[in-house]
Design a protein around this ligand. Structure first.
Ligand SMILES: Cc1cc2nc3c(=O)[nH]c(=O)nc-3n(C[C@H](O)[C@H](O)[C@H](O)COP(=O)(O)O)c2cc1C
Ligand code: SF4
Length: 504
């Protein structure tokens, strides 16, 4: 009996020892994972949330199997569904972006775009790179680039230092440009050596005097940077047309104050319009002024709602002479993104790009200005289909903000306005920024841009043209009310150039 008792005791001791060993092993594994996660640079989530962040991949993996029963389908989420985001993530990681078995895209809803493949597609050896485009032919320092997919404005302050660094380096590596957004030019924009478009917002951050007026000396200083290739006046953006912004004093650090040209620690209010631009004449005067002072191409960005003013603008350009024209116009979609905006403006004001881009493109053709003014657009162009559609309609280039945020690792947590962005992109929290390694993410930014160009090229070749810029309206069709498709050139017939230039 005593022997059985001692045997049981020994077994219990062994089990206890094993348990303690297993516990120690688990603790050691957690420690190793913690160190590995903290020190690696590829995954922001694992760097910011060591060990627990790994669960995301596990659940994401399980989600592939269970989502269809319990959660959203691949093409249901907003603003970007999983299929769209997956393409962006995979393009950024430069991993295989093919899909298996068949399309999960529902091709029946009205507005669905599809391209018309050619019976005799372009042979690989006949494909050519995108052709270069010249901006600002009449200014002192025109800008020529072949890039048709670039980074849209996101201000330093709305996005973090490491995010700006990664975008700048990635843009340089892939030969695309980066727009500063309205927060001024920081050393981080210049760090990578990419081409930069400087945006002049309504508060003139970075180029203002103490009273918030445009300061020509500051403008000249910015233009003196060789990398700053063009200037863009922001009239409005899709997420908040007609709304200025407030940068709370708490966010106005010494660095941000220095870059923006505002006092440290004080609330900074940007007007909801450029106070000195009250008409198309004022707009052209301002464009002429910025172009004269900087010597560089100057254009503007706007979301289109009412559009009679564009008719007036183009007529006035033809009256003054085509040199007076903006060198480019960027049309932003009514459903554009931002760090923070009131819901009614974000949801319900401004035309969506599918309506405004053809409208502006047609007006340019009618006024014979389509060769003079380069047309760009933004708004949910994060996959090749959407970019190719814009080129078919008549865009010379596309810019994307949120596409590049996905390349930086954004997981669409929708907390950009709360300083709690888990991926370090839209937060001032240093701990969260720590996870975003600019060196690693710059590679993803470059991969994303390159793969976008490559796959828009694939669509172009399938349609029988050797490069993306040769895509035309007749290369795409759209599903209409009756469920059948209609060619884009039937839906938006190219107008006759009717309005004859009257200027010199
Ligand atoms: C975080 C964030 C900051 C932005 N900041 C600016 C800005 O400073 N100036 C601007 O014109 N647009 C700004 N935008 C709007 C984008 O440039 C773009 O017009 C809009 O998001 C639509 O493009 P997308 O669908 O590719 O994001 C911002 C967007 C985001 C998401
Ligand atoms: S808060 Fe969310 S949506 Fe905004 S940048 Fe960060 S991860 Fe993306």
């Amino acid at each position: 009996m005593a022997e059985v008792g001692s045997l049981l005791l020994t077994m219990l001791e062994v089990l206890a020892a094993l348990f303690i060993f297993a516990l120690g092993l688990a603790a050691a594994s957690v420690l190793v994972m913690y160190i590995v996660d903290r020190s690696q640079t590829q995954s922001t989530i694992r760097r910011n949330y060591p060990v627990v962040g790994r669960a995301r991949y596990f659940f994401e993996h399980l989600g592939e199997f269970f989502r269809q029963y319990f959660f959203a389908m691949d093409r249901e989420e907003m603003p970007f569904n999983r299929a769209q985001r997956s393409w962006a993530y995979r393009a950024a990681k430069n991993v295989d972006n093919t899909v298996a078995f068949g399309s999960t895209r529902d091709l029946r809803p009205e507005g669905t775009v599809m391209f018309v493949n050619c019976a005799f597609p372009t042979l690989d050896e006949d494909a050519v790179p995108p052709s270069p485009v010249k901006y600002g032919p009449y200014c002192e320092t025109p800008y020529t680039t072949a890039s048709f997919f670039n980074i849209s404005g996101m201000s330093f302050g709305a996005i973090s230092t490491p995010a700006v660094c990664a975008l700048s380096r990635g843009a340089q590596a892939s030969g695309i440009w980066m727009n500063t957004g309205e927060g001024g030019l920081s050393p981080y924009h210049l760090e990578g050596g990419c081409d930069v478009v400087f945006q002049i917002g309504t508060a003139k951050y970075g180029v203002r005097d103490a009273n918030g007026q445009l300061d020509d000396d500051r403008l000249r200083e910015i233009a003196a940077h060789e990398n700053v290739r063009m200037f863009e006046l922001k009239l409005s953006q899709g997420a908040k047309p007609g709304k200025g912004g407030i940068l709370p004093g708490a966010k106005v650090t010494e660095e941000i104050a220095g870059i923006r040209g505002i006092p440290v620690g004080e609330d900074s209010i940007s007007p909801n319009r450029h106070p000195e631009i009250d008409s198309v004449e004022d707009l052209l005067d301002m464009i002429a002024h910025v172009r004269r002072v900087t010597g560089k191409p100057t254009g503007f960005k706007a979301v289109i709602g009412a559009y009679g003013w564009l008719e007036n603008l183009f007529a006035e350009i033809n009256r003054r002479g085509i040199e007076s024209a903006p060198d480019f116009i960027v049309v932003d979609s009514g459903d554009g993104g931002t760090g923070a905006a009131p819901m009614p403006l974000m949801d319900d004001v401004g035309l969506p790009i599918k309506e405004s881009l053809p409208l502006v493109s047609d007006l340019l053709i009618r006024h014979r200005l389509d060769d003079r003014i380069r047309l760009g657009c933004s708004g949910k162009r994060i996959n090749p289909t959407e970019v190719a559609w814009a080129l078919c309609i008549g865009a010379d280039f596309v810019v994307s903000a949120r596409g590049f945020m996905f390349a930086l690792g954004c997981i669409q947590a929708l907390q950009c306005n709360r300083n709690t962005c888990p991926t370090g992109i839209t937060t001032h929290n240093r701990k969260l920024q720590h996870g975003l390694d600019p060196a690693d993410k710059s590679v993803r930014v470059a991969n994303y841009a390159r793969n976008m160009v490559k796959e828009v090229g694939v669509i172009a070749h399938s349609c029988g043209v050797p490069e993306p810029r040769l895509l035309r309206r007749y290369h795409a069709r759209v599903v209409c009310k009756d469920g059948f498709t209609q060619a884009l050139d039937d839906l938006y017939p190219l107008p006759e150039p009717t309005i004859v230039a009257t200027g010199t």
